[in-house]
Design a protein around this ligand. Structure first.
Ligand code: AMP
Length: 266
């Protein structure tokens, strides 16, 4: 395998997180991707950044883990309240107790960083105690060093386009979820975007892939975030965080993109 470089971008304004991106690319693509991420970081629907950080690191070839994209299924929901009920239901099906899932959803809805702001990364929630395990509740756990094998890009875009879902939010979240679901001790992931123009979110779990809900927050809401639910009794949490933040993961196998289904309550 050709050497791969991790490229990470962080954009902020007056210290507040605006946007970020993580890629894993071949040497000949490093410059193009850096430029693309610099342009993207400057302007975001959350605002114009006043600070941009770009980091480029060679990754250890021997450390690269490969995994598959999760299957994607969209549940059609009538409104935000129905979307959140459906997401809660899927978290419970994945093995997260209802009270723990509900508390994490409430934290995301009010802004999970101290003072109600948006976190740069994800909350890490123990499914047994509901406790938050991340050391820094503003930063959270930031999943990094993952990407899709370039040879799979065209196929994924075609699959998503057939369902009207070929946008960067979905493509990047699928790759992030692929890495998260491959992590030891991970029970489920919950996400909705902090982009005020993007209302969709998802629940992903090793048992059922990536289940998407087009409405998980009201349009115009700048709050969003991620929660990773872990089995705190059987997991070395330090090792899990190291895996999520440091281990390079390349998605080398496609998943299925399934036709949308109406969510049935009850
Ligand atoms: P996004 O889907 O990019 O709109 O991100 C939604 C939220 O997920 C952000 O506000 C962060 O709290 C969190 N997030 C974004 N990227 C990552 C990442 N690489 N690792 C962990 N959490 C992330």
């Amino acid at each position: 395998m050709a050497p791969l470089y991790s490229v990470r971008m962080r954009a902020s304004r007056r210290g507040e997180h605006m946007s970020g991106a993580e890629r894993l690319v071949r040497q000949e693509d490093v410059e193009t991707v850096c430029l693309e991420l610099l342009r993207r970081g400057r302007r975001h629907s959350r605002g114009t950044a006043d600070a941009l950080r770009l980091a480029v690191d060679l990754v250890e070839e021997a450390e690269i883990v490969t995994t598959a994209l999760p299957d994607l299924l969209t549940w059609q929901v009538a409104d935000v309240a129905a979307g959140r009920r459906a997401a809660l239901c899927r978290l419970v099906a994945a093995g997260v107790p209802e009270a723990v899932a509900g508390a994490a959803m409430a934290a995301l809805a009010k802004g999970a960083a101290p003072g109600g702001g948006v976190m740069r990364g994800a909350m890490l929630v123990d499914v047994h105690s509901g406790e938050r395990l991340e050391a820094d509740q503003a930063r959270g756990v930031r999943v990094s060093r993952m990407d899709l094998l370039p040879e799979l890009e065209a196929e994924l875009q075609q699959q998503l386009a057939a369902c009207g879902l070929n946008n960067r939010h979905v493509r990047e979240a699928l790759v992030l979820a692929a890495k998260v679901l491959s992590a030891p001790g991970l029970v489920a992931e919950l996400c909705w975007s902090d982009d005020p123009d993007y209302t969709a979110g998802y629940v992903a779990a090793p048992g059922f892939g990536y289940q998407r809900f087009p409405r998980l927050k009201p349009a115009g809401d700048r709050r969003g975030g991620r929660a990773f639910f872990v089995d705190g009794r059987r997991t070395d949490v330090e090792a899990l965080i190291r895996y999520l933040e440091r281990t390079p993961v390349l998605v080398t196998r496609p998943g299925r993109v399934l036709p949308a289904r109406p969510w049935q309550e009850g």
